[in-house]
Ligand binder design. Structure first.
Ligand SMILES: *Cc1c(COP(=O)(O)O)cnc(C)c1O
Length: 218
């Protein structure tokens, strides 16, 4: 039952993305708070790129599946505490939420220690919301310089989560502008409600949870 349902939603998402933008953005299926059976169904459909917002839950979902699916690509899309830096570097292929000097330094150390170099994106708080993670747009240049020069990191792109109550387009446009300005290839933006808009405005990665898997468990 689950496999055809997820296969159908996935095909439709991929088709819509392909009509919205060329090259087609990568569909990151956000698997947080989804049941095991749905993860397994997504894998059976051939999907391999997943997003998680908590390290511990991601380990529970994916650590053992790595062996069976060596081509998995796991994105961390939630805030990361420095004391989880080693675990994040060990598990994830892409960490989208670098947002402060302390975390950049911790990731540099973890990567040297573990000999693993996940792709790194900086999260930009485009709406400058006090409760939200991410560096403010006018702090991006300094954080980039610190990450590269002091921590020896390679930053591949930018990620944002626009304010829920505002139109997303200006935030997507701003994130794309910042990425172009700094010569960064990856632009992660757009979720279930606005992934097509994000694709049209230059996303290279969209993060779709409920639109891919259906409603989350509480
Ligand atoms: C949960 C989450 C998503 C997916 O949200 P949906 O509305 O279910 O598509 C995307 N990005 C981030 C950062 C998230 O935490």
């Amino acid at each position: 039952m689950l496999i055809p349902e997820i296969a159908q939603r996935r095909d439709e998402l991929l088709q819509r993305l392909a009509s919205a933008a060329d090259p087609t953005p990568v569909l990151v299926a956000v698997s947080k708070r989804q049941p095991e059976a749905k993860l397994q169904a997504a894998l059976a459909c051939g999907h391999r790129v997943f997003g998680e917002n908590r390290v511990q839950e991601a380990q529970a979902h994916w650590l053992e599946r790595r062996a069976a699916y060596p081509d998995l690509c796991l994105h961390l899309i939630g805030p990361l505490q420095t004391n989880k830096s080693d675990e994040a570097v060990a598990l994830f292929d892409v960490i989208e939420t670098v947002d402060r000097p302390k975390l950049a330094r911790a990731l540099g150390k973890s990567m040297a220690k573990l000999g693993r170099r996940p792709r790194l994106l900086i999260q930009v708080n485009t709406g400058e919301e006090p409760q939200k993670a991410g560096v403010a747009p006018d702090g991006l240049a300094d954080l980039l310089a610190l990450a590269v020069e002091e921590c020896g990191l390679t930053i591949s792109g930018l990620m944002c989560i626009p304010p829920a109550e505002e139109p997303a387009a200006p935030h997507f446009a701003l994130l794309k502008r910042l990425a172009v300005k700094h010569g960064l290839a990856d632009v992660s933006m757009g979720m279930s409600g606005d992934y097509e808009l994000a694709a049209r405005l230059g996303a290279t990665h969209v993060r779709v949870g409920t639109g891919f898997f259906g409603p989350r468990e509480v």
